[in-house]
Design a protein around this ligand. Structure first.
Ligand SMILES: [Zn+2]
Length: 291
């Protein structure tokens, strides 16, 4: 099961009010990559072919405009995906740390913070089996999530200690402007929060980036194959810091990060009294409005 916070799945019948479902969505066909192809692709750019890019390219021209035209008026849904599962082969540090242990803890921290801000959070990962990548993106697409963020830990070359370290964020090569903006916001927040080497924003034709219809990121929070990074990745403190920084970046992107505190000085049934109050406040040097 998931991480036990909130409702992990929303059904496909989940209502979203006046959401306009254009034919573009129906045209967005599935790609050819197997889950395994991406499973081994962490941090490595998969070669691109015209066929595999076609669905996303076709969808990009129309879907994002349509998506953003309606997004702001509705409940915000963010898909927080912890990559892999406990039983995924490989995906371990040279000394045996399970990548999923990091991914799920960071995802849980991100989820908790987003829930507090009133965001609906979907978590397509499961502890007891590796949910196929297509099921992960189907959940996000069918629920019409606004954003998709997949959290991972990186590996470089064979499963031995290496010097390569730091954080990198992936977006699809055919990313939209919004997708890049999301990446920049989340990536810079994360780098700032954990102060690790910045390996930049990169592009890759990963399944979760290609097949998700909303702006999507895959974040590699450090290298399991680097001793220094791995020590951090194994610590609860770093896992929570990463998750919360990712959530803060998402909130920033959504324009939710700035809290506004309103101070009320009165409520009147007669407009004249309200105007009198405004005049008194202005005289005292305060800005005041009648609502
Ligand atoms: Zn991974």
């Amino acid at each position: 099961m998931g991480d036990g916070v909130g409702t992990p799945f929303l059904g496909t019948d989940f209502a979203r009010g006046q959401w306009a479902l254009g034919t573009e969505f129906a045209l967005h066909s599935r790609g050819q990559t197997s889950p395994e192809a991406e499973g081994f692709g962490d941090g490595v750019n998969t070669p691109l072919t015209g066929d595999r890019l076609a669905p996303r390219r076709r969808a990009l021209g129309t879907k994002l405009t349509l998506h953003y035209k309606f997004r702001r008026d509705h409940m915000t849904i963010v898909c927080i995906d912890a990559g892999h599962s406990y039983d995924t082969p490989g995906k371990r540090s040279p000394d045996g740390m399970n990548e999923y242990a990091f991914n799920r803890a960071a995802a849980l921290a991100a989820k908790k913070m987003l829930l507090k801000e009133g965001i609906t959070v979907l978590t397509p990962h499961r502890d007891d089996h590796d949910v196929p990548l297509s099921a992960r993106t189907n959940l996000a697409n069918d629920s019409r999530a606004d954003l998709f963020v997949s959290i991972h830990a990186n590996a470089f070359g064979g499963n031995v200690w290496k010097g390569v370290k730091g954080i990198e964020t992936y977006i699809h090569p055919l990313h939209s402007h919004e997708e890049k903006k999301l990446a920049q916001t989340v990536h810079s927040k994360l780098i700032k929060a954990v102060n690790r080497p910045d390996r930049g924003i990169k592009t890759a034709d990963f399944h979760v980036l290609r097949e998700s219809k909303m702006p999507a990121l895959l974040i590699e929070c450090g290298f399991m194959t680097n001793r220094e990074d791995k020590q951090l990745l194994a610590s609860e403190d770093y896992r929570i810091k990463c998750g919360e920084a990712i959530a803060e970046g998402i909130l920033d992107y959504l324009g939710r990060s700035r809290k506004i505190y309103f101070v009320q000085t009165g409520a009147f049934s007669q407009k004249e009294l309200a105007q009198k109050q405004v005049a008194a406040l202005e005289k005292a040097g305060f800005e005041a409005i009648i609502k």
